[in-house]
Ligand binder design. Sequence first.
Ligand SMILES: [Zn+2]
Ligand SMILES: [Zn+2]
Ligand SMILES: [Zn+2]
Length: 332
Amino acid sequence: MQTFHCDTCHQPVYLRNNWCTHCAAPMGFAPDQWAFVNLAATTAPESSPHRLCANSAQGLCNWLLPEGDTHDRCPCCLLTEIWPVLDGPQSSAHLFGVELAKRRLIMSLKELGLPVFPQETRVPLRFAILADLPGQASVKTGHAQGLITLNMKEADPTRRMAEQQRFAEPQRTVLGHLRHESGHFYWDEWVATDPSTQENFRALFGDERADYAQALQSHHASPQRWDPLQPNGFISSYAQSHPWEDWAETWAHFLLMADALSEVSPDRLSGELVRASPIDALLDTWVDLSVQSNAINRSIGLPDAYPFVLDDLIRAKLDFVRSIVLPQAWAR
Ligand SMILES: [Zn+2]
Ligand SMILES: [Zn+2]
Ligand SMILES: [Zn+2]
């Protein structure tokens, strides 16, 4: 994702900042300007064209309401339709982690040029952030008809590390979950609604009419062997379970690449990169970057940040995702 800058001292301002770490100016993100705004530059807060999102009071949000917006929460927070009941500092910290990841997802989708907000999509995209409750079944993360449900415990670092081991998903993160679920949302928007796109999808990912519940049950009962260094056409173990999951995992991987490549390419939005570069060029740059990030991790003594090899079928699937994104991608 692009790096923003303080409009006073021109130092970088990052996604989670609500002040400039260099000159200490209070900052908020103005979605209508797609920039961080210095709030101290406004002499009278009540006459400012921007108001802070109501969720900023709990430290949950650093967005501003667009000029003239009469809601109390910003457009990003309004996407969360169901909020969890918080029962202490730990659950507040988990919700903070989820909303931070959600803001990154929303900002990276917009930087690709994709429709996100209710007036932009066929079915409105919404989120339900839920906590497990005593005596009730655990909340399942998933997507149905535009609603992405996320179990807030995914933001618990201890649980996440255990699940990384259990599911052999070393890159399992809240952001990764949200990217994956957004893949199901955009499949419904663009693939399910167009017969020729659906045909091209089936040629690469398989026939999604295969029994979904049965496929997931079999996968969880006995996951097929999968090694990121010996690719078999699937980007993850879970991608093998059903064509829809293969799509969502590949989509999430494409978003990850676009997000990181934009972050290291000053002044280029990810949508511009995707538009300007055929898949081979994107992947060449991506592999170079991943080699460098692995080198840093190895020198610290950590596992590789990006332990994946991309075979021809995975590359073709990523190219299919690019072809879906392309008509929407930014052209400046
Ligand atoms: Zn500054
Ligand atoms: Zn907000
Ligand atoms: Zn899924």
